[in-house]
Design a protein around this ligand. Structure first.
Ligand SMILES: *Cc1c(COP(=O)(O)O)cnc(C)c1O
Length: 357
């Protein structure tokens, strides 16, 4: 089958009509990969899956929301879109704006955008402004700009973003034939956890699934406003995609957590890097650091005995970790956090020695 993109495939669940021009790059339909390594840590009664969102057109889940937001912007005859971004939103917005033939403006915090993401925004022709301030400052600016000028905001405050992103939970349920028991994901601005929970609830209401998952979110320790119950003025973490101190969908994330009986907790940068390496070296999946927060979180929960106290009356408990973005976006981190290649002269004996033979 030729996959038509998330809007066409899940049209009945989305606010589009025959008048909506569908701006798509055939995003979605990302693989749900069974874990080969992590699952063993939990025992036979558990199956861990990875929803690998890094395989979307611009390398993150943001494309699911952007196809909707840009399609609706075009329906409303918008000339331009704008976003504040920690990187991936701008990459996606710039890409879909190019596809639609409209203008894109981007405000990013100076110095905290992975080079891959910044390159994407630039190559797709967005006007990119580096702001002396963090993401939260950028978001305040674009909110004010869109109140005063005819430019469409495409941050996840735009409800169409959430609509598009909820299709990921539909895909998970369609693949598993049911909802997972637990879903673990990174939380930054908290739009995505909001979107997933909305999707699961809609599938449940439409009798596509018989149960709902517990929603489990992880923030980075230095950027954990929801866990610490206070705004973080200067968020810090190597996971730049979740380096957010005042999430726009804060309340909705808490709602998703509480309605589902889940939890929002935090992991340190050290735990994130550990999970980042583990995913790459034992599962064969290269993600960006923010995405590794979900696996770091899973490891933390296993250690805490979280799953033991929540044993289910089922032969197999299914856990889905959302891997939100592609590792190639931030290759500099590998050189910093893992190692550089070893230099050696072009000498056969020396090379073979180095290989351990
Ligand atoms: C945007 C993003 C997040 C955070 O999602 P929110 O909706 O802001 O909570 C996590 N990981 C990656 C790779 C992202 O691009």
């Amino acid at each position: 089958m030729d996959w038509p993109g998330v809007i066409e495939y899940y049209r009945e669940f989305l606010p589009v009509s025959s008048r909506t021009p569908i701006i798509t790059l055939k995003e979605g339909n990302t693989p749900l990969i069974p874990s080969r390594y992590l699952g063993n840590l939990l025992g036979k009664r558990f199956q861990v899956y990875f929803k690998y969102e890094g395989l979307n057109p611009t390398g993150s889940f943001k494309d699911r929301g952007m196809t909707m937001a840009v399609s609706k912007a075009c329906e409303e005859k918008a000339e331009a879109i704008i976003c504040a971004s920690t990187g991936n939103t701008s990459a996606s917005a710039a890409c879909y704006a190019a596809r639609a033939g409209i203008k894109c403006f981007v405000l990013v915090p100076r110095g905290y955008i992975a080079l891959g993401k910044l390159s994407q925004a630039l190559v797709h022709g967005a006007k990119v402004l580096e702001i002396e301030g963090n993401f939260d400052v950028c978001l305040e600016m674009v909110r004010e700009i869109t109140q005063k000028y005819p430019i469409t905001l495409v941050n996840s405050l735009n409800p169409y973003r959430i609509e598009g992103q909820k299709t990921a939970s539909f895909e998970i349920c369609d693949t598993l034939g049911e909802a997972p028991d637990f879903q673990i994901m990174p939380v930054g601005n908290a739009g995505n956890i909001t979107a997933y929970w909305k999707g699961y609830k809609e599938y449940y209401a439409n009798r596509k699934i018989k149960s709902l998952p517990r929603m489990v979110g992880f923030q980075a320790e230095g950027a954990a406003p929801i866990v610490k119950k206070k705004i973080i003025a200067h968020p810090r973490t190597i996971a730049t995609a979740i380096r957010i101190g005042n999430p726009a969908s804060w309340k909705k994330a808490e709602q998703a957590r509480d309605e589902s009986g889940g939890v929002i907790d935090m992991v340190s940068d050290r735990q994130i890097i550990y999970a980042y390496k583990l995913l790459a070296q034992h599962e064969g999946i290269f993600v960006e650091p923010a995405s590794a927060a979900s696996v770091a979180g899973l490891l933390k929960l296993v250690k805490m005995g979280y799953f033991k106290t929540r044993k289910l009356n089922k032969p197999i408990t299914k856990i889905v970790c959302i891997l939100t973005g592609q590792g190639l976006k931030d290759p500099a981190l590998v050189m910093k956090a893992i190692s550089k290649p070893k230099r050696i002269s072009a000498n056969f004996r020396k090379i073979v020695n180095e290989l351990g033979y």
